[in-house]
Design a protein around this ligand. Structure first.
Ligand code: CO
Length: 266
């Protein structure tokens, strides 16, 4: 569906509908991040953006079955930068080939960095792969996208997402002002009716992230800000590199076995 002229909102809603139709749950809102944005963008409730020629589109999807999460991402190039797409894809696949008990996360970072740099790009140093557990999307170990000395060693049964990002920019992302994704981190009573309605609509989703788009409140921004201030919600601002840069991303989730790993998102 990611083609020139198609709306981002239509793609996001279609994917999320498809997930629900399988009887599984969304582990997080579909992330659709463009060009210099690396992650954490998803359409707003009335998003009018359409894919344009030249866009470097990252689609990051998470599904859970009874809390057990599969997290995967791919890049769709609507321009002509095949080497940039190949850089993160190859980094991910070389890293996965090396996964086995005893390998350190630092070594995996080295493999990722080499694959990306040998194609003339930079890995995004302040984004990492991550461990996963039931209803927990991000936990240790953080799997770096750059070389590190040592670090935790992988052991059998560990569930890990490996997700390299390759960029034409600086290799560092920072918070944008745009926030579309939140998660609940604390349960406390609130007074503001709109805030109450938001918390009710999130319900008991085990702290998994949700989108502003999913809320039944027409103008939720004031209440969302209040809930973040109160420490009840945690915001995920869009993360991006410098203006004019392009970023690609590839991600798989895997389970470490005695002699390698099983990819759960292939
Ligand atoms: Co991930």
């Amino acid at each position: 569906m990611v083609t020139i002229g198609r709306s981002l909102l239509e793609v996001a809603e279609t994917v999320e509908e498809e997930v629900k139709n399988t009887g599984l749950g969304l582990a997080f809102p579909v992330n659709i991040s463009l060009n210099s944005d690396a992650a954490h963008d998803t359409p707003s409730p009335s998003d009018e953006r359409v894919f344009a020629e030249g866009d470097m589109v990252k689609l990051d999807i998470g599904v859970h079955c009874d809390g057990y999460i599969a997290d995967t991402a791919m890049t769709i190039d609507l321009g002509n930068q095949p080497l940039l797409v190949e850089a993160s894809l190859s980094a991910r696949d070389r890293a996965i080939e090396a996964v086995k008990p005893g390998i350190s996360i630092g070594e995996i970072g080295g493999i990722v960095q080499n694959e990306i740099e040998s194609r003339g790009f930079k890995p995004v140093a302040n984004l990492t792969g991550h461990g996963l557990a039931r209803y927990t999307l991000h936990m240790g170990p953080n799997v770096p996208n750059v070389r590190m000395n040592g670090g935790m060693q992988l052991v059998p049964d560990m569930v890990v997402a490996i997700e390299p990002f390759a960029t034409t920019g600086t290799g560092h992302v920072s918070d944008r002002s745009r926030i579309e994704i939140y998660k609940q981190i604390e349960k406390k009573p609130v007074r503001m009716p709109a805030a109450r309605k938001i918390l009710q609509s999130i319900g008991d989703n085990n702290g998994l992230p949700f989108a502003r788009r999913h809320l039944p409140v027409p103008k939720p921004d004031l209440a969302l800000r209040a809930l973040c201030r109160e420490g009840i919600l945690y915001p995920f601002p869009v993360l991006g590199d410098c203006a004019g840069s392009h970023i690609s991303q590839s991600e798989h989730t895997l389970i470490v076995t005695e002699d390698g790993c099983i990819i759960t998102t292939a």
